[in-house]
Design a protein around this ligand. Structure first.
Ligand SMILES: [Zn+2]
Ligand SMILES: [Zn+2]
Ligand SMILES: [Zn+2]
Length: 761
């Protein structure tokens, strides 16, 4: 007889870990106990050595589906001779490093009960168990126990309590457990937010959607606006009311079968769509014209499957094949998640509200993923993933990194883990900035980081996140260069160290010299970098205006290529420009008036998109480049020509020759899909030769591809392949966004290493 103490860390609370341990111990006839505490789960088991060894092996091999073990240790302690195995009450002491689980889709067992007329939770929209349901969005503090969640106001009925207390039950210690009798309830409110349809709230919402109306539906991490995706007039009404012209809406399909009638779904895409996080997944439509209202002019659609019991009920009740489910907000405001705010902000947008009284504590948008050749890439990391940490190579001092400006996330380093926040959004908006500040506060509490050694921020002095870092009084601020942070983020994600080549392509980032960078070839790593090369810059006549009107950049490019005597081209926007405008823009460029140079590759793509006649003006960020990629029908082997120069140790990739060749193709009437592919291929070949030249100079063999431009599948796939053929080891993002949603992780690791280096002298 021996007794062993086993300490487990990771996501082990609120995921059925203790019942699993209980059942395992009982099945092996072991005595002892298990309990949750703020650092994880501790287990003491007593019995014959052989059985305890079996217990140890099965503990990690058979752990419950939502658990995520990051550390497990065991030590022998003196036996105490008591029999029986028990689950003890949570202990609330010590550092709160117990990890909180992300929210999960409803499990198959709960789904079966939901539609079983014999089950006592038949059609109960908040059904859940230890293997599924809300977590991160309802947890106010750790340890994860009912009083620390927004379920604290619902006392369990006798039957629920029996299940909750029975170790053999699937709901044993499932904190959000509830039923028709004791749990949260649905309600329907009319367009004036007055209670209506009280006997059948779901039916009332379904009726409105059927009539082509807009219904606000309270979900897991916030409200959605729902309309019938197959009703073009309804979708158009939603666009008009939401003030969103062309940006695609996500669509929820009732089932995989329903989705397959709109899109061809590969095995890998299916796995992703059905994963616990149920992300919005960008899949290719069967025909471009399908779902035109939801994703105008787009070959792809952001598809998702129902993930809460309420979604399943809504979709089957309709029955709806496809429903637009877009975050409830106006334009780029944060997703609305508080009942008190929903009417104030959506009055006039929603015709009805399907609400409930389970409070959402932390907002979380739907996550977005894009399948690529090397695997799926998270473009927006939020619901279903937050707060799963990124494991780091060692322990670091606590650090807060506040991220960028657009697609903001922040990141907390604690010990050997980096916790990236949920998607916060565009900090330029006042409302988003408020949400950013309060999210930092609650995240620091949840991860239990009362103090940090430094607050890392972007070098851009005007970013709201930088201003926050400079104004806060917790710790000294530390500025980190934008593209260095992108590269370090990918190195941290892929657990790589040392020196390497970084190709960081994005739209805009503040350079060390105060310039606009974004076509960067870096050498170095988390501990330091040099700018070894860049893409030739393009002028932005009118500054930020040129970002919304790519035709301005295109015109500047034409003037550079041809002088004032621009050739006649079959481009409507160019033909519509009067000679005065052309003259003015030329004056701006020549005189250097409000015409900054941008090194961002994103801007070169904007110019190419306008020159190809695809997108002279945009209505949302990244649209011109996205449409250029969408225009490609098949890859080409031969791209447009590029130039490369090496001056005083700095390499330049010159894309003007490819823009010139593109203009010639447009003039001779080459098909747009071919033009788009040739331009992309030019960037691929050019970037690959730059990497080759850098390898020649430095001997570095690893290449890291980061930055928002690598959301582009053609570039990511083809450049990755080309570099590998050249013998490079290539790293791309997967679990952390390549766009600015990922830079907080890079800032955090750079800052943490600097603090550590200073400490260790
Ligand atoms: Zn379940
Ligand atoms: Zn109950
Ligand atoms: Zn960036």
């Amino acid at each position: 007889m021996i007794r062993r103490l086993i300490k487990v860390e990771g996501i082990v609370q609120g995921v059925g870990f203790r019942p699993f341990v209980f059942n395992l111990a009982v099945s092996l006839n072991l005595a002892g106990h298990v309990f949750n505490h703020s650092r994880g789960v501790d287990i003491e088991v007593e019995g014959p050595r052989e059985e305890i060894d079996t217990f140890w092996l099965r503990l990690t091999a058979e752990a419950p589906p939502l658990s995520h073990i990051t550390k497990v240790e065991q030590e022998e302690i003196p036996p105490c001779g008591r029999s029986g195995f028990s689950i003890q009450k949570s202990e609330d002491s010590g550092g709160k490093t117990a990890l909180v689980a992300p929210d999960s889709d409803v499990c198959v067992d709960c789904l079966r009960e939901l539609f079983d007329p014999q089950d006592r939770r038949y059609r109960y929209p908040f059904i859940n168990c230890t293997n599924c349901g809300p977590r991160f969005t309802i947890i106010q503090d750790v340890p994860y126990d009912r009083p620390n969640t927004t379920m604290s106001r619902f006392p369990m009925c006798a039957q629920c309590r029996k299940e909750y207390e029975n170790p053999a039950n699937r709901r044993f210690h499932a904190q959000p457990v509830a039923c028709h009798d004791c749990g949260p309830r649905l309600a329907f409110h009319n367009d004036r937010f007055q209670p209506a349809g009280s006997s059948d709230p779901l039916g009332a919402a379904v009726d409105l959607i059927r009539q082509g109306k807009v219904v606000a539906v309270k979900g897991l991490g916030g409200y959605h606006l729902a309309v019938d995706a197959l009703n073009d007039a309804a979708v158009a009404r939603l666009r008009e009311r939401k003030k969103r012209d062309e940006k695609p809406f996500a669509v929820m399909f009732s089932s995989m079968t329903a989705l397959r009638s709109f899109a061809t779904i590969s095995k890998r895409e299916q796995t992703l769509l059905e994963s616990r996080a149920h992300p919005i997944t960008l899949v290719e439509k069967k025909y471009g014209r399908l779902l035109q209202g939801a994703a105008p002019g787009n070959r792809f659609i952001g598809a998702m499957l129902p993930y809460t019991p309420l979604h399943h009920m809504l979709m089957s009740e309709g029955p709806f094949g496809a429903v637009v489910m877009t975050s409830a907000n106006m334009s780029d405001d944060p997703i609305i998640y508080k009942d008190g705010e929903v009417f104030e902000k959506l009055g006039g947008v929603a015709d009805g509200y399907l609400v409930h009284d389970r409070e959402i504590f932390a907002r979380a948008d739907d996550s977005i993923e894009r399948p690529m050749a090397h695997g799926s890439v998270i473009l927006r990391r939020s619901r279903g993933y937050t707060p799963i940490p990124i494991q780091l190579d060692r322990d670091y001092p606590s650090v807060l990194a506040v991220g960028g400006e657009l697609k903001n996330t922040f990141c907390l380093v604690k010990g050997s883990r980096a916790f990236i926040s949920q998607h916060i959004g565009d900090l330029k908006r006042e409302s988003v900035y408020g949400s950013f500040r309060s999210a930092i506060e609650s995240f620091m509490r949840l991860v239990d980081v009362p103090q940090v050694a430094t607050v890392a921020h972007d070098m851009h002095p005007d970013y709201m996140s930088s201003q926050y870092a400079l104004e806060q009084t917790m710790a000294p601020a530390m500025a980190i260069q934008h593209h260095h942070a992108h590269m370090a983020s990918l190195m941290a994600e892929t657990h790589q160290d040392g020196e390497a080549i970084g190709i960081v392509f994005d739209g805009t980032g503040y350079g060390e010299d105060g310039g606009i960078w974004g076509g960067e070839f870096l050498t170095g790593g988390a501990d330091g970098y040099s700018r070894a090369g860049y893409v030739s810059p393009v002028p932005l006549p009118g500054g930020d205006k040129a970002i919304k009107e790519p035709w301005r950049i295109a015109l500047a490019v034409l003037i550079r290529l041809y002088g004032e005597d621009i050739p006649t081209m079959p481009l409507p926007w160019l033909q519509e420009l009067d000679p005065d405008t052309i003259h003015n823009i030329r004056q701006m460029i020549v005189g250097g008036l409000n015409t900054p140079l941008s090194y961002g590759v994103g801007r070169v793509f904007d110019a190419a998109s306008a020159l190809a006649g695809i997108r002279p003006k945009i209505s949302f960020e990244g649209q011109a480049a996205m449409d250029l990629e969408m225009a490609i029908e098949k890859p080409v082997d031969e791209g447009y020509p590029v130039g490369m120069t090496d001056a005083e140790g700095m390499l330049t990739l010159d894309l003007y020759p490819s823009l010139k060749a593109l203009v010639e193709d447009v003039t001779t009437g080459e098909p747009t899909p071919l033009i788009a592919a040739r331009f992309h291929q030019a960037v691929v070949a050019g970037a690959a030769s730059m990497a080759g030249a850098l390898r020649g100079k430095t001997g570095l063999e690893r290449v890291f591809l980061s930055g928002g431009v690598f959301q582009n599948r053609y570039l990511s796939d083809r450049l990755g392949d080309t570099l590998r053929e050249m013998g490079f080891t290539v790293f791309r993002h997967g679990r952390v966004p390549p766009n600015d949603g990922g830079i907080s992780l890079g800032q955090a690791i750079i800052a943490a290493r600097r603090v550590l280096a200073e400490k260790e002298g």
